[in-house]
Write a protein that binds this ligand. Structure first.
Ligand SMILES: [Zn+2]
Length: 239
């Protein structure tokens, strides 16, 4: 087999491997991001719950103030009632008192109700706290595992880049430029095998004449349909 072609096949293989690292790294980054999102979501829910508890506490405080004011009011009614002389006045005062008592009981009920809600929310907060601890542990673990994986990929990448440098150094500049030019549009399929006399890049059959040229592989032959560099796999194994 033509030396240039053989070198290009090897180079194309290295480039394919190098490109295959990108999705691997993306996948790792996605895993780390997902783990971080989980932590963020729990923290967000916790902060939401905390502010709801605070809001409820200030509602309780408002009802407590109201109760205090109402109690004062009821006390003053008791004093007033001593000075009442007419039935009309008495009725009015008694009505005011009833309203005050009604408000008082409503305020007490509300305090009980909101307290019960806050108890539930506080328990929920504790549960979220536990979830956060475990989510953070998961994150640390995921991060550590994946940083190690990423390091390994980076090492392999460096090795392959060294191989690529060596490989490109021995390839004729003109041939290399030709390959790079095809690679700009064909990506990883710049150099493709022929299968059943068809280009494995565009899947179109090539003529018998072109086929025999590729088999001879005296020079670099490109697919007449798409322009990719072609080779015969059996030739490669023999070489
Ligand atoms: Zn083709």
């Amino acid at each position: 087999m033509n030396k240039n072609l053989k070198e290009l096949i090897e180079l194309a293989q290295i480039d394919r491997e190098l490109d295959s690292f990108t999705p691997q790294i993306d996948e790792i980054d996605a895993k780390i991001a997902k783990s971080q999102e989980k932590v963020d979501a729990i923290e967000e829910e916790m902060s939401q719950t905390k502010s709801e508890i605070e809001e409820n506490s200030s509602k309780i405080k408002a009802f407590e103030d109201q109760i205090e004011a109402l109690s004062e009011q009821i006390k003053s009614h008791a004093k007033k009632s001593k000075d009442i002389t007419t039935e009309k006045e008495m009725k009015a005062l008694s009505m005011e008192e009833d309203i005050a008592k009604e408000k008082l009981s409503f305020a007490n009920e509300e305090i009980d109700r909101i307290n019960a809600i806050n108890e539930k929310k506080t328990a929920m907060l504790q549960e979220l706290e536990n979830q956060l601890t475990s989510a953070k542990e998961d994150f640390e673990k995921t991060n550590a595992d994946n940083v190690a994986k990423k390091d390994e990929i980076e090492q392999n990448k460096t090795k392959l880049y060294t191989q690529r440098d060596e490989s490109t150094r021995s390839i004729e500049q003109k041939i290399l430029a030709f390959y790079e030019k095809i690679r700009t549009w064909a990506g990883n399929s710049a150099v493709v095998p022929l299968r059943k006399q068809a280009c494995y890049g565009c899947y179109m059959k090539i003529s018998d004449k072109a086929y025999s040229e590729v088999i001879r592989s005296e020079e670099i032959i490109t697919c007449p349909h798409c322009g990719r560099i072609l080779f015969v796999e059996s030739e490669l194994t023999q070489a």
